[in-house]
Design a protein around this ligand. Sequence first.
Ligand SMILES: [Ca+2]
Ligand SMILES: [Ca+2]
Length: 382
Amino acid sequence: MKSVRLVKILCALVLHVELSMEVSVLNARAGEGTIFEGSDCYMIEAVPVDVNNSLCIFSVSNNEGHLDTITFTIEGNSNEADIFEFQYKEPPSETDVIKIIYLVLKEDQVLDYDTTNSYKFDVEVEGSVDKVPITVKVYKAPEFTSIPAFVDTDEEKAISFKIATEVGSGYPNDDVDVVIESIVSPTINHINNNTLRVTLPPIDREVQDNFYMDVIASYRGSMYGETRRQVPVMIYDVDDNIPEIKYDHEDTLDFTISQNGSSVLVTDFSVSDPDEDRNAAYTLTLIVPANVQPGFELSSLDGSGDTSFNITLNPQKLDYSKSVWGRFQLQVHVEGILNATQTNNLFIVISLNEADDSGSGCMRTTEVTLFLLLIQCWWYFM
Ligand SMILES: [Ca+2]
Ligand SMILES: [Ca+2]
């Protein structure tokens, strides 16, 4: 019996020690001296209320550490405890003695910025003597009351439109700034305190035919609370470019042809008009002296945009009975289809020197030397 009694005493002793240890651990976790600091704060629509963006920032500290186990209890008259919670960016370790903590929205919670101006509640922090009262003011972001869904214009014409704003509910003053981020710099004139006239400068469609303009309204002096709209800008084409002739070859070409030979390439070139559709269409005319005219031929008499062409010489079509061809000029005349004042010319100076054909029988050779001269007659669109 003595031994049974001794075992019971020993068991009770062990249980007492374990309980004592547990109590001492709890005391360490919830030890007094926790300090929770911060102030009333605000939340603005369009600023996410998460741990990376929340404007409600507090500090919690305890010289004995154990911040990792401290609990925060929100007590409010409404459902604040269901809406808000406190989060660290990085969980504290057992030895951290001070840490920044953020008031954030619980998962799937959203704030009602239209009807709620503030939330008031107490926070009970484990280890802190007093509950801490917190007021969170809720401001609606500035609103656009007038802003175009899109803007468009012909190129080289300025674009002008109005933007009007108003402050959101609850915000204490009416100072709204509007900033426009765009690839072009707008001019902004104030019609009144809340209404702006924005003018975009003329834009070359061939450089940029569409883009988005970010219009941002924010409370003056605050880096927060912005409302952002994207406004598409469309620039329409105007026939403001003449067809440009591009030529890559050497300036001079020498080659020999035979009277009965096949066609040879004289030269190739390209024409480029960066306008759109019919504004980029053009015709080509090859102007050649009558005595050699049949022998020279353009690959095509019209084109659009960026198109390649060539000029060939068919010796079989040359009239060998007519005099000495000598030195003459070919001219490629390019002309806009919609606007005949848009012209460009490629001049090719050719020297056809009849070669000695003695002893050649039916073969006759002619030496052709080409000098190419590119002259562009620019036409400016008014
Ligand atoms: Ca054109
Ligand atoms: Ca154009």
